[in-house]
Design a protein around this ligand. Structure first.
Ligand SMILES: [Zn+2]
Length: 182
């Protein structure tokens, strides 16, 4: 499906202003915004060629320049803590060399799998942490970056939840949670 064909395909699902429906995610109990008033920006026609991302082809790549201070590293990888957010912690895993996901050498890919699993294991072993979320988008920067977010256990954090919705989390309530397990 070419860009114009894909654009036409997407527009068939859009409203009169070119806005797609809200994603299913907005209906999740843990989705942190109320649906009322939310709307998707209108679709724009394809821009060809697509503009390059930050650090495309390694040129002026902030990740290669070491824009994040690692809290752990080895000869091929580094793990950094991102700035303040509403979550307990966001870690960023990056290869030392300039690679994106599709061109990651097999040995680095194997290491990445182990690092993701072991980091998630370490995070989820911490008190009050129910889940470690791992994601990869890659639309903003060309240098592979794998963010990892921690989510508190139910009762241990002010997780948004719509009135009347079922409990957002299925994790066991931690009786040692600060605040008495709200
Ligand atoms: Zn880079």
């Amino acid at each position: 499906m070419g860009p114009e064909e894909f654009y036409a395909h997407a527009m068939r699902s859009a409203d009169g202003e070119g806005r797609l429906p809200l994603s299913r995610m907005t209906g999740w109990d843990v989705f942190p915004f109320e649906r009322a008033g939310l709307r998707v920006v209108p679709l724009a026609p394809p821009e060809l060629p697509e503009p390059g991302r930050a650090g495309e082809n390694g040129a002026d790549c902030a990740a290669c320049a070491g824009d994040l201070t690692p809290v752990w590293s080895d000869e091929h990888w580094r793990l950094a803590v991102l700035g303040a957010s509403g979550t307990p912690l966001i870690l960023m895993l990056q290869p030392d060399a300039h690679h994106d996901l599709p061109d990651l050498p097999d040995d680095r890919a194997s290491e990445m799998g182990l690092l993701i699993v072991r980091t998630a294991r370490a995070i989820e072993s911490l008190p009050h942490i129910a889940r470690a979320h791992v994601s990869r988008w890659g639309d903003g920067g060309a240098h592979l970056h794998i963010p990892r977010r921690r989510r508190h256990r139910q009762g241990a954090c002010p997780l948004p939840r719509r009135p009347g919705s079922r409990p957002a989390l299925t994790a066991r309530r931690d009786r040692t949670a600060p605040g008495g397990g709200r």
